[in-house]
Design a protein around this ligand. Structure first.
Ligand code: 3NM
Length: 216
């Protein structure tokens, strides 16, 4: 049976370039040790063999910590490393095609950047959660769409139907404005994996939305 996205606060997206030299596997280990329950692998420019090897190590770590492991973009890589989920952008394989590759037992997430894309995504049965953003300006994603602001997240939350993961420029300073809307899951790269001390940053981010989110 297809798993569901864990109901948790922080959705960590790894980035070797942001990781202060720790690398993805050590960063993930520290995130998992700090209680993070969703880890996404997103390295667009690495050679496939490197991606595969890192994903195998991350897959193993996520199993040990009972966390959900999601691969960005690449359905073949997701299958090869037995990921729990695949995250797709609007220019990747369409969710129905990706489902044929990955089978029924993997979560599919879809990035949406506008209200129109949200409406369309909500009627695609293969999609299990929405990545909504960028909410705020971000320099981490090249060619990111214009920020939709917290209004974009508010729109997605009001439509109901699928879990909403807010993404893009989210930091411990602005996360409260999203939590105020009732948003429960936040994908963070630079403010999380770029922190000098991961465990402390997880605590800081969680504290910023603590009264809304059960911290697990
Ligand atoms: N996807 P940071 S924004 C990977 O809007 C990604 O779909 C986005 O990085 C989207 O937390 C983004 O450092 C980058 O801003 C998020």
């Amino acid at each position: 049976m297809r798993p569901t996205l864990p109901q948790t606060d922080i959705y960590a997206v790894l980035s070797d370039a942001c990781s202060q030299g720790r690398g993805n596997v050590e960063t993930a280990r520290q995130l998992l040790e700090a209680g993070i329950k969703i880890i996404q692998y997103r390295e667009k420019d690495f050679p496939m063999r490197r991606k595969y090897q890192e994903c195998l190590a991350l897959r193993q770590l996520c199993r040990e910590y009972r966390a959900c492991f999601i691969v960005n973009d690449d359905a073949g890589l997701a299958v090869a490393c037995d990921a729990d989920g695949l995250h797709l952008g609007q220019d990747d394989l369409p969710p129905e095609a990706a489902r044929r590759v990955i089978g029924q037992d993997m979560i599919i997430g879809l990035s949406v950047t506008t209200p129109q894309e949200i409406d369309k995504a909500l009627i695609i049965p293969e999609v299990d959660y929405l990545g909504v953003g960028p909410v705020f300006p971000t320099s981490t994603k090249l060619n990111a769409a214009d920020p939709g602001g917290i209004e974009l997240v508010e729109y997605a939350l009001k439509r109901i139907g699928l879990p909403v993961v807010a993404i893009g420029g989210i930091t411990r300073e602005n996360i409260g404005s999203l939590a105020d809307l009732g948003c429960k899951c936040f994908a963070v790269i630079s403010d999380l994996v770029g922190a000098p001390r991961i465990a402390q940053r997880v605590l800081e981010i969680r504290t910023s939305c603590h009264k809304y989110i059960p911290s697990k």
